[in-house]
Write a protein that binds this ligand. Structure first.
Ligand code: ADP
Ligand code: VHF
Length: 391
């Protein structure tokens, strides 16, 4: 369904500044019902990604379309998509053509990332997925994420790519979730059923009333409809990330987006991204062990911008695993910071006092130069002086 954007005014609304976004592209934009993938709307969206990259912004794509592509390859022999095994087979067939479509539209190399719920529930795999995505962005390639439908049975499924996109947005620390769909906004009711439905340009909070406005998908290849888009926006909002819903069918809308204008619906975040993350780091239960640092490291951490490197560590006490949230204490045992340790307690004990460049020689492998990266760290001293909100 495509509707005009007249309700948002000719110039749309201003899109808040962003540096890293996840762009979710639904099946309906990539394929007509029953048909194969087409570049028609994907090329406009790929141009948006390229324009964003040209001005130093990073985009991670979350793309659907594998099932639709698989279905088109089998034509009249395609099984009905209601059956899980059939969907999995169609997705296996269609992942490669879907990636090939994005590669054909991108001057930069495209990387395929397939994720399941298990990858994100398990802390070690979550960290690995995050490191891979960050690594891909650092390499300047375009990551294209999809659910790994072929191995995702019901209990392992993330469910739909709207929710996957929100999880990925939190995973890569994005500041914006962009959901391109076949509809130009969230409407006050499902516009397929209610001709009096009106578009909402701005949603300050996802209240039960707003959530009740969303209906399901009207197509054979899409899964969630507006319902899963609002679920995704709720997840993003909790992580401090805004969501913008817009029509990927309207070239002018996508072009305006690159200019910082949104014709669609903007959904605010519940807190700033940093507040949400720092709040979690400060209050989530930590592992039983802790990392004891020397006076120099305690001072550096108190400054609020440093990562914890092995050189400033005296020792690790107790037991914790890689990825655990740990308390960092000074020589007197006073907590100075909390953060996610990239190394297990036993590894930290072996690395204490060593230079970062020795990590690989000491352990035989490395998970990076930092024991706790500054993005994963909250300084407790600063929290006391600023009322808990850090820049
Ligand atoms: N309140 C609503 N506002 C807008 N669209 C709605 C609403 N309720 C249901 N929808 C339906 O959701 C559809 C978009 O979701 P979906 O078909 O899953 O697309 P995609 O493949 O882009 O994820 C729209 O085409 C529309 O028919
Ligand atoms: N992983 C599936 C897409 C599932 C999905 O959420 O589709 P959509 O509602 O169109 O975003 C695929 O690639 O076909």
């Amino acid at each position: 369904m495509s509707r005009s954007s007249s309700a948002h005014g000719p110039r749309g609304q201003s899109l808040p500044h962003w540096r890293r976004a996840v762009l979710k592209v639904g099946s309906n934009l990539l394929a007509a019902d029953g048909g194969g993938l087409t570049a028609r709307h994907a090329s406009t969206l790929a141009d948006f990604v390229a324009a964003s990259h040209a001005v130093g912004r990073q985009v991670v794509l979350v793309s659907s379309g594998a099932v639709a592509a698989g279905r088109a390859l089998l034509r009249e022999h395609a099984p009905a998509t209601g059956d899980l095994a059939a969907r999995q087979a169609l997705a296996a067939l269609g992942q490669a053509p879907m990636i090939a479509l994005w590669q054909s539209l991108s001057a930069r190399p495209v990387a395929q990332v397939l994720l399941t719920h298990d990858d994100l529930r398990n802390r070690r795999r979550y960290l690995n997925a995050r490191a891979t995505l960050r690594g891909l962005l650092a390499l300047d390639v375009l990551p294209v994420v999809n659910e790994n439908d072929t191995v995702a049975v019901d209990e392992l499924k993330l469910g739909d790519n709207d929710n996957l996109a929100a999880i990925v947005a939190a995973l890569v620390d994005a500041d914006l979730l962009l959901i391109a769909s076949d509809i130009d906004a969230l409407y006050s009711a499902d516009p397929r059923r209610d001709p009096a439905a009106v578009p909402l340009p701005h949603v300050a909070a996802l209240t039960p009333d707003i959530l009740a406005m969303a209906g399901g998908s009207g197509s054979m290849v899409g899964t969630g409809g507006m319902h899963t888009k609002l679920e995704a926006a709720t997840k993003a909002a909790a992580a401090g990330i805004r969501t913008a819903l817009f029509s990927g069918r309207e070239a002018a809308t996508v072009a305006a987006l690159a200019e910082g204008r949104l014709h669609g619906t903007l959904i605010d975040a519940a807190a700033t991204r940093m507040q949400a993350r720092k709040y979690w780091l400060r209050h989530a239960p930590s592992a039983p062990g802790c990392i004891r640092v020397d006076a120099g490291a305690a001072r550096a951490l108190a400054g609020g911008r440093a990562s914890l490197l092995p050189g400033g560590i005296a020792t690790a006490q107790g037991e914790f695993q890689r990825g655990d949230l740990v308390e960092i204490v000074d020589a007197d045992g006073k907590p100075v910071a909390r953060g996610l340790s990239q190394y297990a307690a036993a590894e930290v004990r072996r690395l204490a006092g060593r230079h970062s460049s020795d990590i690989e020689a000491v352990l035989g492998y490395t998970h990076g130069h930092e024991i706790v990266h500054r993005d994963d760290l909250v300084t407790l001293a600063i929290a006391e002086t600023t009322g808990g909100i850090e820049a």
